[in-house]
Design a protein around this ligand. Structure first.
Ligand code: C5P
Ligand code: ZN
Length: 465
């Protein structure tokens, strides 16, 4: 694997005075991947441009202009044919972890894809991870960029088992060795460094915890019952302020409560979702939203969702001034969009699939198409929803339906791979789809939505036995 990474690094060096562009995926992993390569190029004084796209559909690729060297990160492999049609005859590097298409005889291509080396690109290494390996071959001093590779992996939910797997562990080790990252077993709080404990507790929704999930008053009374102060002289205590003993008491109670609500066959997976590996970026400020690698990833993700990936990109590269402030502003807007989206769901309610194994909503005209995935995720944690069934959000536009699907990690741990189901269901109705096991999407013609839902539901039932 390192031989191919080295070849990519050599190709970059031979083009150091030429025109170079990075084309990357417009999501958290893609933004981190581009930031890793861009930082590495900056450090070598190599000029370059960066661009983000959602998919490399044929019409998108046709709009791209080849330069002396193009570096695709976190995409390219699964649409290799389209890329080949436009870029053959030009030097290209692809650093990706998506399942690759086969294309023969493209001599100028350095294809650096996880699957070629027996790695499971869904779980063991991200696009940012693949980019990082090339950056490390460019210069071992780039090992400090490994923190971004971890942020990218979390963006692609590669820690769904409560810990990093495969090559991601190797990257985390680089990161720990370079004093960029701390890895610790902890409660899987979201907002460990930034939120009051009861606010962080409230976000425990997968698995749903009675009296805790979505209930700030419930969390406050839980803390009182366990004799855990939620305030100190300095203000609200945050999850990282908890002592080990307090954490243990809390974990025991959360697991006990979750046991009472989770279906019997899923109970065994509960502790793994409540306790797991937490990743802290040690170079970030103590109370910053970038201190927790998971929160960092959410910040970057929101810039991509609102089609401002360059803001996330500059922040990932290290800006803590103009772009950082722009990101904070965007996050405030992001929260407003979430509130509006959830209000829509409250009012319109959810539909059920014919066999009762799916739940879905159509938010056409109400929610932006780039935002439907976020709302589908959050709806899954909403009390009105069945947390043990996949959730689908649909937006119709110009005769095409943009579909986002989300499911609980519990279903994934039980063996459900929604990415496979959605890809197959979409294909069967002439569309396309893919993504990750717990967060995926598809695009189908509007008039085929009912058929798609039926096929998808059937495939879900089949997988869950
Ligand atoms: O848009 P959303 O957040 O729902 O996308 C979730 C995942 O599904 C992303 O990784 C995205 O790349 C993938 N996806 C896909 N094909 C689509 C739509 C989404 O592979 N047509
Ligand atoms: Zn990725």
């Amino acid at each position: 694997m390192l031989t191919v990474a080295r070849k990519a690094a050599e190709l970059i060096k031979t083009h150091r005075n030429d025109s170079i562009q990075i084309i990357s995926h417009m999501d958290a992993d893609g933004v981190c991947a581009a930031a890793v390569i861009s930082k590495a190029l900056d450090r070598n004084n190599v000029e370059h441009h960066t661009k983000f796209v959602r998919m490399l559909y044929r019409e998108v690729v046709e709009e791209l202009e080849p330069t002396d060297l193009t570096i695709f990160t976190d995409l390219g492999s699964s649409q290799l044919q389209n890329v080949h049609n436009r870029f053959s005859g030009h030097d290209v590097i692809i650093a990706d972890h998506h399942v690759p298409e086969r294309v023969e005889g493209w001599r100028e291509l350095v294809h650096f894809n996880a699957h070629q080396f027996g790695l499971d690109g869904a779980q063991e290494v991200s696009g940012a991870g693949m980019a990082y390996i090339i950056a490390r071959e460019l210069d071992q001093a780039n090992r400090d960029l490994s923190g971004l590779a971890i942020v990218g992996a979390l963006g692609d939910i590669q820690d769904a088992w409560g810990k990093l797997l495969g090559y991601n562990r190797q990257i985390a080790k680089d990161s720990i060795d370079s004093k960029v990252l701390e890895q610790k077993i902890d409660l899987m709080f979201y907002g460990r460094h930034t939120r009051p404990i009861f606010k962080a507790l409230e976000t425990f929704t997968d698995p749903p915890i009675p009296g805790v999930s979505n209930s700030a008053p419930g969390c406050v009374s839980l803390l009182k019952d366990l004799d855990i102060p939620f305030k100190s002289d300095g203000g609200w205590r945050r999850p990282i302020d908890l002592t080990d003993l307090e954490k243990r008491r809390l974990a025991t109670e959360l697991i006990a409560r979750a046991y009472t609500a989770v279906p019997k066959e899923l109970v065994q997976y509960v502790p793994g979702l409540i306790i797991g590996e937490a990743h802290t970026l040690l170079k970030e400020d103590e109370r910053s939203m970038l201190r927790g690698a998971d929160e960092f990833s959410t910040c970057i993700n929101s810039t991509a969702r609102h089609e401002q990936p360059l803001i996330g990109f500059e922040v990932a590269k290290g800006d803590r001034r103009t772009y950082y402030r722009a990101m904070l502003k965007l996050l405030r807007y992001h929260r407003r969009c979430i509130a509006e989206g959830m209000e829509f769901i409250e009012q319109s309610g959810l539909e059920r699939g014919r066999r009762g194994y799916l739940q879905y909503f159509d938010a056409t005209g109400e929610i932006k198409e780039t935002f439907i995935g976020t709302i589908a995720s959050l709806t899954l944690g909403h009390p009105a929803c069945d947390p043990y069934k996949p959730m689908i959000g649909i937006i119709r536009k110009d005769g095409v339906a943009k579909i986002s699907a989300r499911c609980s990690k519990l279903l994934f741990l039980k063996g459900l791979d929604m990415a496979r189901a959605i890809r197959d269901a979409a294909r069967l109705v002439g569309g396309e789809g893919g993504g990750h096991a717990v967060a995926c999407g598809a695009q189908v013609e509007e008039n085929r939505i009912p058929e798609f839902l039926e096929r998808f539901e059937y495939l879900i039932i089949e997988q869950l036995g």
